[in-house]
Design a protein around this ligand. Sequence first.
Ligand SMILES: C[S@@+](CC[C@H](N)C(=O)[O-])C[C@H]1O[C@@H](n2cnc3c(N)ncnc32)[C@H](O)[C@@H]1O
Length: 183
Amino acid sequence: MKINHLFFTHMMVKEIVKQGDTVCDMTLGNGYDMRYLLERVGPGGTLYGFDIQEEAILTCHQIGEEFPNTNIHLIHGSHERIQDINTSFSCILYNLGYLPGGNKEKITHPKTTFESLRKAIPKLRKGGAMLVTVYGGHDENCERKILIHALKKLKGIDLYHFKKEGNHPMAPSTLLIQRKDHI
Ligand SMILES: C[S@@+](CC[C@H](N)C(=O)[O-])C[C@H]1O[C@@H](n2cnc3c(N)ncnc32)[C@H](O)[C@@H]1O
């Protein structure tokens, strides 16, 4: 069995998400995470998804056609718009960075990512969690460092950081966020 970071994040999704749940993929990209979320929520479940790139939305619409009995809402726009969705989620997933094989300039930015995280946290339902796959870098301005720094100042959340022992600075790691009032 190959244990890579995606596998590890999906194992956590498996623990958190139950059949019939409502979930959100905040960075749809090529739809690998979306497909996994759709499998977990199953028929009758609901998925919302965001991406700023039309290419990602088109790919994910096609994937969605394989799940005709699941409610799927794909939004072509930035994920801060989660504040307009009037529902609660058992899992809100981010996989930051750029679309693999796509335009490397269409990348997530710490400022907008943090803004969307802040707006999404109140939408976690009891027992729910947010999972953020985030990439590092060699300098202080990398998205991981900025986000962790900002998240540590947020009140009312528990923050966990999962990374491989001896990890290369650029390698992915996962942040898990829960609401303190739900624990
Ligand atoms: C690493 S990819 C996501 C991978 C994806 N989850 C998958 O399974 O293939 C990051 C995605 O975030 C998208 N993105 C960048 N900024 C965004 C924003 N502000 N709101 C929503 N999506 C954004 C990019 O267009 C890109 O498709």
